[in-house]
Write a protein that binds this ligand. Structure first.
Ligand code: ARG
Length: 262
């Protein structure tokens, strides 16, 4: 047989084999497609992790989760936007499969849901109006202040546990908001005197509004992706996806893009 013909025949067989293989893979994916498709949940208004830009959901969490899932055999079908305090219930009733919302891993939440490995660290900033006379330097200094935070957050926990429970302020001095954008607006409108909010998000608000960070309350928080309790397969996939994006430089590129640092 001339060489050309042999090559052609092999190519032909490869082409047939290739087509069959492609079809069977496609068949597999559509069979198990439902279980491999993930709906993500988040709570915008938390820049630069998740926010609306020209009507579009953007941010570090959005791009990070998309890159992580792309490194797994799961597929992301879309995003649900909810209030932060509705995210854990949405996981538990199956409306979303994974939460990417700058959500701090803690014991209380660990009872209701599971978390991926941590992907970001944070503390709580106490922010005030830039040109105001009020410049506290400790939680005790907040005794006369009207304080604000987003409902269901760890910023709110600082207020409830360290200010109200501790007797520093009465409950009436706490204003709870559906999101931090509204809280910061109320700070600018002088309806509250301080907001307690994650440091990287405080930095983002401070960058383009006349507000400043008065001091940082160290909480040593770590953010993780939330998933349903006991979904170890998804936890494993997200964790290896996180390792992949850390190793291949995607994680560094995203922190540089959204936080302006390496
Ligand atoms: N890290 C804080 C927490 O877990 C605040 C998260 C708020 N996230 C958001 N997307 N609004 O409670």
């Amino acid at each position: 047989m001339p060489r050309e013909a042999r090559v052609d025949r092999r190519r032909y067989l490869q082409a047939i084999g290739g087509t069959v293989a492609t079809l069977s893979v496609a068949g597999c994916q559509s069979d198990s497609g439902d279980s491999q498709t993930l709906t993500a949940g988040t709570a915008p208004g938390f820049p630069p992790f998740e926010m609306k830009q020209d009507g579009e959901l953007v941010g570090f969490d959005v791009e990070l989760l998309e890159a992580v899932v792309a490194a797994t055999e799961y597929e992301l079908s879309g995003w649900e936007e909810l209030e932060f305090k509705s995210l854990i219930p949405a996981l538990n009733n199956g409306n979303v499969d994974v939460v990417a919302a700058g959500m701090t891993i803690n014991d209380e939440r660990d009872k209701a849901i599971d978390f991926s490995d941590p992907y970001y660290s944070s503390n709580q900033a106490i922010i005030v109006r830039e040109n105001g006379s009020f410049s506290p330097s400790s939680l005790e200094d907040l005794s006369e202040a009207a304080v604000g935070a987003q409902k269901g957050t760890t910023g709110e926990s600082v207020i409830k546990d360290q200010l109200i429970e501790a007797g520093t302020i009465p409950e009436s001095q706490y204003n709870a908001y559906g999101n931090y954008v509204l809280a910061v607006e109320d700070l600018l409108n002088e309806n509250v005197d301080v907001i307690i909010i994650d440091v990287p998000v405080a930095n983002s608000f401070v960058a383009d509004r006349p507000i400043k960070s008065a001091f940082v309350h160290e909480t040593g928080e770590q953010f993780g992706f939330g998933i349903q309790s006991g979904n170890d397969e998804l936890a494993g996939a997200l964790n290896s996806g996180l390792t992949t994006v850390e190793d291949d430089g995607t994680y560094r590129d995203l922190t540089e893009k959204w936080f302006g640092q390496k």
